[in-house]
Design a protein around this ligand. Structure first.
Ligand SMILES: Nc1ncnc2c1ncn2[C@@H]1O[C@H](COP(=O)(O)OP(=O)(O)O)[C@@H](O)[C@H]1O
Ligand SMILES: [Mg+2]
Length: 270
C-alpha cells in the first residue's frame, strides 16, 4: 500500500485465496495475492468493465503487481453484505436484489469481452478434481462423503444438454453470485452494488441463480419460506427458472474452486 494510505485492517469474510483488507477510513478495499496475479488481474479488468456499464459496484483505484504478488485497490461499496442481514430484511431487499440481478443479466452480451463458457468451467472442475484439490466445505453437506471424481462423473453426462441450453440463453453473469458478494444499504435495504467480480463473464443465467437461491436458503427460516422466496424471485426477475439447470450449476461450482485458491494465514498488506 502506498505510504499515504494509512492503516489497512484485515477482513476475514472472503472465500477466495486472496487476502482482503479495508482501509481504516472504510473508503477502500485491497485484495492481495502472494503469487499468480492472473486471477486478480482478471478481477481488476472485470471490475473496471462493469463500472462502465451502469451496474453498481466498486471502482478500480490502484493496481500493482511484482515479484511478491499483486494487489488491487477498489472503492468501498457502502453497506453490509446481504448474508449479514436478518431474514426479514433479506425478504424486504429480495425484490431489489432480483431487479439488480436482472439489470446485470440484461447488459448486452455482445458488449462483454469476458466469457465464462460451460466448457471452460467444466475443464476447470476436471483439473481441480484431478489434482485432488476440491475444498470439501464448499460441497453441499450431502455430497461431502462422496469422492469428487464421482461427483464430476455425475455431471459430465449432462454437459452436452447444458451447453445447448447455455448457447440459447447466455447473459452477463456475476460468476460468484452469493449473498456476501451483494452489498445492501442497511437503512433502505436497496442494493448498493455487486463486489468480488473476478469470475464475471457470459454464461447461462442459471449459473448465477443457482448460487444465489441456494445461498439465500441459509437465511430463510424454513423450507416453506424458502419456496416462497424462490417463487417471488422468479416472478420479479421475470424469467422462468429451471430446477434441473439450477442443480447442475450448483453442483458444478464447488468443483471449480481448488484448495490452493483458498486463503492460508492472513498476510500483512504491504
Ligand atoms: N469494494 C468493496 N466494497 C465493500 N465491501 C468489500 C469490497 N471488497 C471486499 N469487501 C468485503 O470483503 C469481503 C471479501 O471480499 P471479496 O472481494 O468478496 O473477497 P473473496 O474473493 O475472498 O470472497 C466481502 O464479502 C465484503 O464484505
Ligand atoms: Mg467474496
Amino acid at each position: 500500500m502506498s505510504r499515504s494510505s494509512g492503516d489497512w485492517l484485515p477482513v476475514t469474510a472472503g472465500e477466495s485465496g486472496a487476502a482482503v483488507f479495508r482501509s481504516a477510513d472504510g473508503t477502500r478495499y485491497a485484495k492481495r495475492v502472494a503469487a499468480e496475479a492472473a486471477g486478480l488481474a482478471a478481477e481488476r479488468d472485470r471490475t473496471a468493465w462493469l463500472s462502465e456499464h451502469g451496474i453498481p459496484g466498486p471502482r478500480v483505484l490502484d493496481w500493482h503487481s511484482g515479484d511478491a504478488g499483486a494487489r488491487l485497490v477498489t472503492s468501498a461499496v457502502p453497506g453490509v453484505p446481504a448474508d449479514q442481514v436478518s431474514a426479514a430484511d433479506l425478504r424486504t431487499a429480495w425484490d431489489r436484489i432480483a431487479d439488480a440481478v436482472r439489470a446485470l443479466h440484461e447488459v448486452p452480451v455482445r458488449q462483454c469481452p469476458f466469457r465464462r463458457d460451460l466448457d471452460s468451467a467444466v475443464a476447470l472442475a476436471r483439473d481441480v478434481v484431478a489434482r485432488g484439490a476440491v475444498h470439501p466445505e464448499f460441497l453441499p453437506v450431502e455430497q461431502q462423503g462422496t469422492p469428487a471424481p464421482e461427483l464430476m462423473a455425475r455431471l459430465l453426462p449432462q454437459v452436452a444438454q447444458r451447453r445447448a441450453e447455455a448457447a440459447a440463453d447466455t447473459v452477463v453473469c456475476h460468476g460468484d453470485l452469493c449473498l456476501p458478494n451483494i452489498v445492501l444499504d442497511p437503512r433502505t435495504l436497496d442494493v448498493s452494488g455487486f463486489i468480488d467480480l473476478g469470475r464475471l463473464g457470459t454464461a447461462d443465467r442459471h449459473a448465477d441463480l443457482a448460487l444465489l437461491l441456494a445461498n439465500a436458503r441459509e437465511t430463510w427460516p424454513d423450507e416453506e419460506r424458502a419456496r416462497q422466496a424462490d417463487a417471488a424471485f422468479a416472478e420479479r426477475y421475470g424469467v422462468a427458472v429451471d430446477s434441473d439447470r439450477l442443480r447442475f450449476y450448483l453442483h458444478l461450482d464447488p468443483l471449480t474452486w481448488g484448495l490452493d485458491d483458498v486463503p492460508g494465514e492472513e498476510e500483512a498488506c504491504r
